[in-house]
Design a protein around this ligand. Structure first.
Ligand code: THU
Length: 134
């Protein structure tokens, strides 16, 4: 199966489990690692609003829990007219495990809407390389 299609299907499936009773905005995220594994996550909101967790953070946690540490591509799926691009904090979370050329796909319930590179979404990012030698 096409990589993007596989990511789309994984994000669609996990999005059904999103816990978003406050915003009503369900998000699913799926990432592909160089080994070919796909990890997914959904947003998990909380009555104490700032404690909520984005879908991307859940997918990254699943990857780390499985012992992998590199994101090759990621897809984020949310509804609405606007693109569900990763929030600023999640761009930084993704940067920890992906380089500027990694593709970040954005989809709606009916399919892919746009593709960016991480470098386009988070230019001149601060990352692990900045701490080399310190
Ligand atoms: N959200 C995500 O999970 N990922 C994004 O990329 C954008 C926003 C969630 C956070 C919150 O639960 C809901 O969407 C509305 O902001």
């Amino acid at each position: 199966m096409d990589k993007v299609q596989a990511l789309f299907e994984a994000a669609s499936a996990v999005r059904r489990h999103a816990y978003a009773p406050y915003s009503g905005f369900a998000v699913g995220a799926a990432l592909l690692t160089p080994s070919g594994a796909i990890f997914s996550g959904a947003n998990v909101e909380n009555a104490a609003y700032p404690t909520g967790i984005c879908a991307e953070a859940g997918a990254i946690s699943a990857m780390i829990a499985s012992g992998e540490r590199q994101i090759a591509e990621m897809l984020v799926l949310g509804d609405g007219a606007a693109l569900t691009t990763p929030c600023g904090a999640c761009r930084q979370r993704i940067r920890e495990f992906a380089g500027p050329d990694a593709k970040i796909h954005v989809a709606g319930p009916s399919g892919l809407k746009a593709t960016f590179t991480l470098g386009a979404l988070l230019p001149e990012a601060f990352g692990p390389d900045n701490l080399q030698g310190n």
